[in-house]
Design a protein around this ligand. Structure first.
Ligand code: MLT
Length: 368
């Protein structure tokens, strides 16, 4: 029986994926697998049985991935599973930033007498602009960024996009009207900038006084990715000077609440029934396939591997490049390697007895 710990509330559809060999709950002791959303695992003590962590979502900044790697724990995410939900909130954010819809609604709720007349008299304070014909700069053209870019084309916007790692496959998903440009061109030419990059050392505070200085006067910034992409102190200076017209962020923090021209949404990007179900199914299926078969799909630390069973016994080895354990192995082997880490799946008729050696992160035996 596999023990699966839920560190957040996860859609009940996982019950259809985890079969009768799984005990899934929110206080499983020493679990084989963990499934979570935004729970911060930074100071979380992992038990010695833990084999895999599955993030029902895209971002893994709440998981200490390098530590997991050293312990031979596979970390999965669910790229694309909530992309449409986030795209829809980005479009909503553009509209919220272009007209003072939030201010207008709040004001309307204060009206008491002769509401119709007061509405027509006071509404001019909450007008704004249309997004049609505006230039939107999309930073990051992965699953979410590509959907956002294409939706903006459909809304009649001029779309420019940048992605440091743009591959042919991602490029093929973009509407032909999306123009690929440099980051500097995004900053210089966009009326609206929306960010769709993961939070890592190179993207932390990427929006700061230097990048803000390159932007158009009154630019709208949309951040549905992670709050720490923006240096909020420097952003607030840019808002006060009028350089930034509006900032819409899906990650409220104390320093930005109730600030003029900042709209803080309570991390709702992926909070739709559809996205929660998609993420839950994808995360739990990937976890099950790894626990039962050693197959890896959508891991952020170990390479992808998939092997049909060809014998009664299966050995799954996670290793660092340079480790020579596989020299001693005979059998039906499949190996995948990427960025200094490797996975081997070996099918044999009898149990494989392997000595632990330097560079081996984990050896696991499975039986059909
Ligand atoms: C993500 O990284 O995809 C989102 O933060 C998911 C979530 O809201 O749980």
């Amino acid at each position: 029986m596999y023990q699966i710990l839920k560190l957040n509330k996860i859609s009940a559809v996982i019950d259809n994926v985890f079969g009768e060999n799984y005990n899934v709950n929110d206080d499983a002791q020493n679990p084989d697998g963990i499934i979570l959303r935004s729970f911060n695992m930074a100071n979380y003590k992992t038990g010695d049985k833990l084999l895999a962590v599955a993030r029902a979502g895209a971002g893994v900044n709440n998981i200490p991935v390098p530590e997991m790697t050293e312990k031979g724990i596979v970390v999965f995410n669910t790229p694309g599973a909530n992309a449409n939900a986030v795209k829809e909130l980005v479009i909503c954010a553009m509209l919220l930033a272009s007209r003072d819809i939030v201010g207008g609604i709040n004001w309307a709720n204060t009206l008491t007498d002769d509401v119709e007349k007061a509405t027509e008299k006071g509404k001019r304070a909450f007008g704004g602009s249309e997004i049609l014909g505006k230039t939107v700069g999309v930073i990051g053209l992965g699953a979410i960024g590509a959907l956002v870019a294409n939706a903006c084309v459909a809304l009649g916007m001029k779309v420019i996009g940048y992605d440091k790692f743009l591959c042919e496959q991602s490029k093929a998903k973009l509407d032909s009207a999306v123009q690929i440009v440099t980051l500097e061109q995004i900053y210089k030419n966009s009326d609206i900038i929306t960010m769709h990059v993961p939070l890592c050392d190179s993207t932390k505070k990427m929006i700061n006084k230097d990048t803000l200085a390159q932007m158009k006067e009154g630019v709208i910034l949309i951040n549905m990715s992670r709050g720490a992409l923006v240096d909020t102190d420097e952003l607030k200076v840019a808002i006060d000077s009028g350089k930034v017209g509006k900032y819409v962020v899906d990650f409220p923090s104390k320093d930005i609440l109730n600030c003029r021209n900042i709209i803080a949404v309570p991390h709702l990007g992926a909070s739709t029934k559809e996205a929660e179900d998609n993420c839950a199914v994808m995360a739990s299926s990937q976890l099950v396939d790894y626990l039962e078969n050693g197959n890896i799909l959508n891991s952020v630390n170990f390479p992808e591997i998939n092997k049909e069973w060809n014998a009664k016994h299966r050995t799954v080895i996670l290793f660092k490049q340079g480790c020579n354990i596989l020299d001693q192995v005979d059998g039906d082997i499949k190996i995948a390697q990427n960025k200094g880490l490797g996975v081997a799946i070996i099918d044999t008729d009898s149990l494989l007895d392997l000595p632990l050696c330097d560079g081996v992160l984990r050896i696991r035996h499975l039986e059909k």
